[in-house]
Design a protein around this ligand. Structure first.
Ligand code: ZN
Ligand code: FE
Length: 242
């Protein structure tokens, strides 16, 4: 089984260690920076053997150089933007498999936030790393893709089982919640979740991971009925000052 450790860095990024106890292998997902990640692994007696990058943005690959220099870790990233992934060894796309010891991720093409964005789904472990595609009550901004691209990407992620734990790359939940309640003011599940989110944040606790089932019930972007509706909601959120 995969053990996941969450490392908060920068203003709102989460970097993750995914450790396979059976083999001792440890992967890091989307290292924004190197030093806190190396320290977190060292504190557990783990050696980072792999880096998995979901997309090229600096807050997802900024630690590649330092971690490769310190550990010799192999870098796996999206083939659609391989030239922008520092130290990439293996470029992967839709349907490829990435092993971390005995745990296996299926690569899902979720191009929308960036043109080559991928997600890593460790399906046997019930764990998803969606990068900046799916957030709690939100989705990534469309920097390089269209509403149709994001509609397709979210559809693939929402096909995963409800119990899947989602480890996204940012703590954006409270801002997302302020927008979500304007879209579905009558959604009781959303209202209850917003209270739980406020309570967690008031205690300094993360709201990540969450589950695919949580999003199915409350996320205005995964719940959009059409590409047009998703595009309208994305545009409204971009201009929203809650
Ligand atoms: Zn990004
Ligand atoms: Fe990001």
């Amino acid at each position: 089984m995969l053990e996941v450790v969450q490392i908060p860095v920068l203003s709102d990024n989460y970097v993750y260690l995914a450790h396979d106890a059976a083999s001792g292998e440890t992967a890091v997902i989307d290292p924004a920076v190197a030093d806190p990640v190396l320290a977190a692994a060292r504190a557990r007696g783990w050696t980072i053997t792999q880096i998995l990058n979901t997309h090229w943005h600096p807050d997802h690959v900024g630690g590649n150089a330092g971690i490769v220099a310190a550990t010799g870790a192999r870098v796996t990233g999206p083939k659609g933007e391989a030239e922008r992934i520092p130290y990439i060894d293996r470029a992967v796309g839709e349907g490829d498999r990435v092993s971390v010891g005995t745990s296996v991720a299926r690569v899902i093409d979720v191009a929308a936030h960036t043109a080559g964005h991928i997600a890593f789904a460790f399906e046997a472990d019930g764990v998803l790393f969606p990068g900046d595609t799916l957030f709690a009550l939100g989705c990534g901004r469309l920097f390089e893709g269209t509403p149709a691209d994001m509609f397709a990407a979210l559809g693939k992620l929402m096909a995963l089982p409800d119990a899947t734990r989602v480890y996204c790359a940012h703590e954006y939940t409270q801002a997302n919640a302020r927008f979500a309640v304007t879209v579905e003011p009558g959604n009781a599940a959303l209202a209850a979740r917003v209270i739980a989110i406020a309570s967690a944040r008031a205690q300094g606790l993360p709201t990540v991971p969450f589950t695919i089932g949580d999003e199915r019930a409350t996320n205005p972007f995964t719940r959009a009925a059409s590409i047009v509706e998703l595009g309208e909601r994305r545009a409204a959120k971009d201009g929203f000052r809650g």
